[in-house]
Design a protein around this ligand. Structure first.
Ligand code: COA
Length: 325
């Protein structure tokens, strides 16, 4: 059988760092409140004129270099984003152009904070399907969420940041057992009943404006821990693994307390969870590949390790992937 293996990772964060203290100078909040309720200490914010496609292309270049290949080897680009440079064309084709590619297929997926898991799952299916014509994919999560924020709403503006992460996936022959390296299983869910708990109050087809992010944080929090623990268990079972086999959880970084609650439900010590929310905040679709690249670069993730990637976001959408490194 064929499996998709991650052969390279890369990420990019804009240069400007905004601390909790500098937000406290703008809205009625404090470093103490933000750290205690979320674990966030700082976030990166894109410069004026720096777009999601710039962040995504920078992360993609680093992932290609890490994989030891060039854009010429890539035949599929999938970008997860809720903040494309323009309503259309897809951010993926903009990145394709920035990488100097005039071949291959590029498109976006929209699943907000779960977008990277959705994109990874689609890429996995396109690389490993019986009639696949694709061999090497770039899967990118890239966001400039700072541009969707209401900077006067203290309940949301402290939670998010900008950034991008990317992986290179390659189709490889495998045995079909859970000892294989690569993506072992993906599981996705969505439930549109909860659209009004986390959404943007505008859009090209309704208001004709971009809109701003709105969220009922407490209710999102309640759903997050349950949904994430359930989808991780489901995905591990599909890969014929259990939580005891997991070396690293690489989660969406929304709130440290969500990470702690989810780990506890699975009986995993928090030391097994890759945490970057303190320095990146919630970068939506970029957060999982940013955390993955962080733990690959610092040597925590080693060949043979079992990873569970997970995320939940607006929609609601949620999903997980079990990967042997
Ligand atoms: N600084 C200071 N006080 C703040 C604040 C801020 N930045 N934001 C909200 N508060 C206040 C609220 O106004 C409220 O005050 P009140 O009791 O006088 O009304 C109080 O803090 C408690 O607010 P609450 O919303 O109950 O806090 P919380 O403990 O639920 O934490 C979140 C708020 C947003 C951090 C938390 O609910 C959360 O992380 N939710 C999930 C969000 C998420 O993950 N979204 C993305 C998913 S992809």
């Amino acid at each position: 059988m064929i499996r998709a293996r991650i052969i390279g990772t890369g990420s990019y964060l804009p240069a400007e760092v905004v601390t909790n203290a500098s937000l406290a100078a703008r809205v009625d909040t404090s470093d103490e409140w933000i750290v205690e309720r979320t674990g966030i200490r700082q976030r990166h914010i894109a410069a004026p004129g720096e777009f999601t496609s710039d962040l995504g292309a920078a992360a993609a270049r680093r992932a290609l270099a890490n994989a030891g290949i060039t854009a010429g080897d890539v035949d599929l680009i999938i970008v997860a984003t809720a903040t494309p440079d323009q309503t259309f064309p897809a951010c993926a084709t903009v990145i394709q152009h920035k990488l100097g590619m005039v071949h291959g297929v590029a498109f976006d997926v929209a699943a907000v904070c779960s977008g990277f898991l959705y994109a990874l799952s689609v890429a996995d299916a396109m690389l490993t399907g019986a009639s696949s014509v694709y061999r090497t994919a770039l899967v990118i999560g890239a966001e400039t969420f700072s541009r969707l924020l209401d900077w006067d709403d203290r309940a949301t503006c402290v939670l998010f940041g900008d950034g991008a992460g990317a992986v290179v996936l390659r189709a490889e022959t495998a045995t079909g057992t859970s000892a294989d390296r690569g993506i072992l299983a993906c599981r996705l869910h969505s439930d549109g009943r909860y659209n009004d708990l986390l959404f943007v109050d505008g859009g090209p087809g309704s208001t004709g404006t971009t809109g701003k992010l709105r969220m009922k944080g407490k209710e999102v929090f309640r759903h997050a821990v349950t949904n994430l623990a359930n989808v991780m268990t489901e995905t591990l079972a599909a890969a014929r693994l259990t939580a005891a086999d997991v070396t690293w959880v690489v989660p969406h970084q929304a709130n440290r307390r969500i990470l702690e609650g989810t780990a506890k439900k699975l009986g995993l010590p928090i030391e097994r969870v890759v945490i970057t929310v303190d320095s990146h905040a919630n970068t939506s679709a970029a957060s999982v590949p940013l955390a993955l690249d962080t733990a690959v670069a610092d040597g925590r993730i080693q060949p043979g390790d079992v990873l569970v990637l997970e995320a939940m976001g607006g929609g609601f959408t949620w999903g997980a992937a079990a990967v042997r490194w």
